[in-house]
Structure formats: C-alpha cells, structure tokens
Design a protein around this ligand. Sequence first.
Ligand SMILES: [Zn+2]
Length: 434
Amino acid sequence: MTVCLVPEVVLDQTGVHRDLAILIDPGEGIIDGVIGAVHAPGDAINLPRTALAPGFVNAHSHSFQRDLRGIVERVSHLAPEDDFWTWREAMYAAAGALDPDSIRDVALRCFAQMRRAGYTAVGEFHYVHHRPDGTPYERPNALAEAVCEAAEEAGLRIVLLLAAYERGGFGRPPDAGQRRFCDPSVGAYLDRLTALQEWAAGRPLVTVGAAPHSVRAVSEEWLARISEHCSDHDLVLHLHAGEQPREVGETLAATGLRPVALIERAGALTQRTTIVHGTHCDDAEIALLAARGATVCACPTTEANLGDGYVPARRLLGSGVPIAVGSDSNTIIDPLLEIRELEHVARRTAQRRNVLVATGDAGPAPYLLSCGWSSGAAALGLPAPVIETGAPADLIALDLDDPEIAGVADAHLAAAIALAGSAALVTRSWVAGR
Ligand SMILES: [Zn+2]
C-alpha cells in the first residue's frame, strides 16, 4: 500500500522545493511518485517543519571497531609513540574476541546509530571471517551473514564488502592476530564471495562487493584475479590504499611502485574501484585515479582520530575524482560531520574560504552533499539517492526547528545543513519505504 509523505520542503541534489508530496511504496521499497501537496490523499502523513531529503550513504565501515570507543583514547606505557600501527594492535585484540553472536551484537548497535544519524546505506568492509586460529566456521560466511542480519534488523541497506586477506605484508605470512582474516587461496576466497552472493540473493537490503584488503595484505596475483571476477560479475571492488606513509614506503620498496600504480598494474583500477583513504596519494596517483574513473572514499573523522593525515580533496575535485565518505572506525557517526571535514581541511590548508566548489556560485554545499549522496551510492553500486519516481525510498526527515538551522531561509538551507548541521537534525528515516 502506498504511503504519502507531505514535508514542508524537499531537499535534494536539485535544491529546495515546497508544496510537494512524496508517494512511497513499502512493498516495492521505492518512491512511487512525486505530486503536488494539494493532491495528497486524506490519509497522508504530514511532516510539518520538516525537510525530507535522500538518506546519506556510508561507503566505508568496520562496524565492530565501534567497541574500541574510549578504550584506545589513552596513552599506553607500551606505546608512548601511539599511532595507527599501535591502534591496530588494539583493534586486532577486539577482532580476536569476536564470535557470530558478539559480532552481530556490536554491528546492530553500530547500524542502529547509523540509521538514527541519517545514513540509510552502509558499505561494510568485513574482514573477520574464520575462527581465531584461522579454521573456518561450519558456515564459512557465518560472521559476514551475522553482520548482514544485523543491518536487516536495524533497517539499514548494506553492501557487504567481503575482504580478501592473504598475508601479513610484503613477503610476510599472516601473524597470529591476522589468521582469522585469511583464506588459504584466492580460489577459496572467490568461492566464499560467490556463496555470499547466493545467500544474499533473496534479501532486498543486502548486496555484495569484493574487498581485497590492501596492497600489503594481498599480492598482485590475488588482486588481478579478484578484479577479473568483479568485472565478470558486475561487482564493486574496494581496497585500502594510500592511508599511511609507511604503507607507501613498503609498497615502493617491495615493488618499485606506489600503491595506486601497483593496483593499476594489477588491472584493478577501474570505474568499479574505490580506494579507501588516499590520504597520501601523490599527483601521479591522482591522475591515474582520474584516468580510470575510480573513486576515493575519505573517512575524515577516523583519519583525524588515527592521525592518518587528510584526503587531498581539492586536488581530487580538480582532477574529477569523485569522493565518497565513510565512518570507518565508527568512533563518530555523523554524515554531515564527515562531509564538512572535507571542506574544513581544504580551508585550513588553502587558508581561504569556500574551497570545494564544483560549479557556479552556490559555494561548497552542493558538492559536499553529493559526496554523501551520489558519490557514495555509485561507489557501492547502488542507485543514485534522488527523490524521483522509481528511486529507492531511502529518505531522512530533518527538523527545520532544530537550533542548528532554525530560521534559515530556503535559499541557504542546503548550505546551513552542510556547514552547520549535524546528525541531531535527523528525526525520522525510511529505508526501502519502511
Ligand atoms: Zn577501513
């Protein structure tokens, strides 16, 4: 049965619109029509003082890392020079303790917060696969399935990006903390990927993608095989790259190439590829990303928390490389904070205002919102988040009376939300019309 929503305004990629009603079909999960508010039926749901907008897309998450909150925010006598690599030891300890029940529990808490914050879809980069000693569960995808079921329970659309993990680093076997991430061969990994696709086939909120973890963790041979599989089966491919100077240095030392150039040599840099972080990409790597039509997923709050550096957003925009955003370690879950950080870092480095402006004189808001909407959806292989007939009914309601944006005129609403708003604006949401 169709449900009619009558908000005060509709806010989407095309701007702010009044006097519209949105018909959604929870059976099909889509927007069934956009009509004049005067034509809304008597049983329509009125949403006074509300802006209805597409939900945001979280293109990169590791949901279980949510439980590191607080724990990792103290100086250890073991790691006085705390950095990404010492944080990683704490993360491995958390990953080592997971089982099918506990991973479902933490994922559900994390996904429930995402939905409340205005995300309606998540790309979950999932790499904890097997028992702690590396032997498979009876169902080889038991943990990935548990994470997908948690998303279904939270009512969040999920693209389960199944990670491939081969080794501890260039020429190094996996260490104890990494054994449960690893498959014995690329063929075994691809079998699990296929099995997960078959499992997900009847689940409307679940799709699957491939995620060779990083050029540290998979060889060029694995990367090439996985990329070939993705092009044969129309799957997106995500991998971490350019996150840390040490990773760039190790890649150069082992292969003579920087990470993005190595990915390109393996044939894995295509339009379906998303490089997660890219904080340390140089100009040649950015040119390669642009030439191949790849996307960069920035995770600004996590990159700040880990001391990773920051994404070169201005150079990426200038080169035409799309930027998606992700909550990554889930220390903070707020799509508006992620997109705003892109502009704030660009301002701090350029020492001027309104830097990430794609076109026209509207300032950075349209571009920042497109990072959270269309670029995120494209990176995950999802339909564009638009308010049009036939689009997924993945919507959020924003409170126009919230102190963050109260009193802002329509002409400035998008900019106020992008530059001054937070997840606190979100009062309701719909995923697939529910
Ligand atoms: Zn990550």
